[in-house]
Ligand binder design. Structure first.
Ligand code: ATP
Length: 238
């Protein structure tokens, strides 16, 4: 099983994130190793999306350190962070609906990061996208659009993949299909940070998890070593 080595690929240390004077994330420590799947769980408003925003350079004010491959990336531009290999699969997918599937995917490749993932890999992971590559992305089902969003991120050859609510609004069967791909992505040595409303699914796929409650880590561990009862207590702050 993958473990966080002495120096994990991504490590947030003492991170706080503010909206004006409001501290939405409060001194959070999290780490993601190469080839490790880490889940962030937490109720609505716990701060999950805000944490991802801070990592990808889209938060207005961040205190603390976010070390990536040994360098602090707080205050770096999103463009520089993406170019260095951290990719976000955003909530709501954010595709260009009037561009074709292939054109949307190409945006990932155009990030210009060299690596082993190419179109052939994306077609292998998502055969339906190859069939529909000349169709407008806006004409696809929600699940297929999520595949495009994932494929686009993978074509940028990320070292860290941030997934924000990839199952949102999708049918359970489609979500199952997407989640079977997570181990394949992990096996390429990519570190994956997953934010998911569906606690059970999130814990099933994760090597480790962090539970956020009102901007703080209320519980962290390995899913197999922590009872669901304890998770729920820390999830709701009981
Ligand atoms: P959800 O599951 O509902 O997406 P979340 O855990 O991702 O929730 P965040 O969206 O990160 O939570 O929100 C964390 C806190 O920050 C909440 O109290 C929220 O109201 C607040 N917040 C989020 N975005 C903003 C914003 N743009 N301006 C001010 N406050 C915000």
């Amino acid at each position: 099983m993958a473990t966080t080595a002495a120096r994990p690929l991504l490590a947030a240390e003492g991170v706080s994130v503010f909206y004006g004077k409001f501290r939405a994330i409060d001194h959070v420590d999290i780490a993601v190793g190469a080839g490790e799947v880490v889940s962030i769980i937490g109720a609505n408003g716990a701060g999950k999306s805000t944490l991802l925003k801070a990592i990808i350079g889209q938060a207005d004010r961040v205190e603390g350190t976010i070390a990536y491959d040994g360098s602090n990336i707080v205050n770096r531009s999103t463009e520089a962070i993406v170019a260095s290999g951290i990719m976000l699969v955003p909530e709501g997918r954010r595709l260009f609906p009037s561009l074709t599937v292939e054109e949307n995917l190409r945006l990932g490749r155009d990030v210009g990061r060299r690596g082993e993932i190419d179109f052939a890999d994306v077609w292998r992971l998502f055969p339906i996208l190859q069939e529909r590559r000349r169709q407008k992305a806006g004409s696809l089902s929600g699940g297929q659009q999520q595949m495009v969003a994932l494929g686009r991120a993978l074509l940028a050859n990320p070292r860290i993949l941030l997934c924000d609510e990839i199952s949102l609004g999708l049918a359970p069967l489609v979500v199952n299909e997407l989640y079977t791909l997570i181990p394949q992505i992990k096996n390429r040595g990519i570190g994956i940070l997953i934010v998911e409303q569906d606690i059970e699914r999130s814990l099933t796929v994760a090597d480790r998890f962090y539970c956020l409650l009102e901007g703080k880590v209320s519980l962290a561990g390995r899913p197999a070593e922590v009872s669901r009862d304890l998770v729920m207590k820390h999830y709701f702050g009981l």
